[in-house]
Design a protein around this ligand. Structure first.
Ligand code: SF4
Length: 276
């Protein structure tokens, strides 16, 4: 018989955990809900214990692409001229600046990732369905929705772009070409959250929701997935997820949810193996 030693206990600073849980119950965001749905143990390491980890290369690339897209959206909002080549110095400077206070897990491919980031942006501006003269309704706007009347925390978030006429847009970078139905399904928590936030801010429903996926292929491409305004059943689903979040925090329900996709890129793999 092989004897397996029990894993070491993780350190649990109980009073601190109690106060963090209280904070996490006051507000919630789409990214926190997504993490909660993916794996509650990962949520515990990230949001309750607040264990810091080096950022992944994919996340850093996504943030740099976002930065330039935000600059473009703001230029249209302010009726200013815009051309991508003139933003290359800003891109280069931010690439260095944003690494000063954080470590990125480059795995020896920073140069390649930088090239990919710029190439994604060139692709976006060649293929975007947004006309250059379309003035946005809002850009990178912080919004919150008080859901106390539903017994839920305040929903908070930042919406990338609201197009003219009230179409809510979220920009994404991805390693694979998304399938439209699956993309809407996988991003439903986020899309419904933005719809709730938009309605709270504007007082009427959005006219539609769009995912703009920039796909990191050898020849990058843009895939735009449009979907209808959030339906009542989708809001109900979101609210049920938020209830599960609240109840789970009360129970300190940190069970692991191993899956090939989630665990392959989980920065807490070692903590997870030791957790009991
Ligand atoms: S390794 Fe997998 S099961 Fe463990 S915390 Fe990460 S995502 Fe969850």
């Amino acid at each position: 018989m092989i004897a397996v030693a029990p894993p070491p206990q993780s350190t649990r600073p109980e009073p601190l955990i109690g106060s963090r849980i209280s904070e996490l119950k006051k507000t919630v965001s789409a990214s926190r809900l997504n993490c909660w749905q993916t794996c509650r143990l990962k949520f515990y390491f990230r949001y309750v214990l607040k264990i810091k980890r080096a950022q992944s290369a994919a996340l850093f690339v996504g943030s740099m692409v976002h930065l330039i897209l935000q600059t473009w959206n703001l230029a249209r909002w302010r009726n200013l001229p815009f051309d991508l080549p003139s933003l290359k110095p800003k891109f280069e400077a931010n690439w260095v600046e944003k690494q000063k206070d954080q470590t990125i897990r480059w795995e020896n491919e920073e140069k390649e990732q930088k090239k990919t980031s710029w190439s994604l942006l060139e692709t976006y501006f060649r293929q975007t369905p947004i006309p250059v003269n379309e003035r946005p309704q809002a850009v990178e706007v912080s919004v919150e929705a008080d859901l106390a009347e539903h017994g839920l925390p305040t929903l908070i978030g930042v919406i990338d772009l609201v197009r003219a006429g009230g179409r809510v847009v979220d920009f994404k970078t991805s390693g694979q070409t998304p399938n439209a139905e699956r993309a809407v399904h996988l991003n439903e928590t986020q899309l419904s959250s933005y719809a709730v936030l938009y309605r709270a801010a504007v007082g009427k429903p959005e006219s539609g929701l769009e995912l703009h996926h920039l796909v990191k292929l050898k020849s990058p491409k843009l895939v735009v997935t449009s979907t209808e305004p959030m339906k009542p059943y989708q809001q109900t689903r979101l609210f049920r997820i938020m209830e599960s979040y609240l109840n789970g925090l009360d129970r300190q329900d940190w069970i692991p949810s191993p899956s090939p996709m989630a665990c392959a890129c989980c920065e807490y793999f070692n903590e997870c193996r030791r957790w009991s």
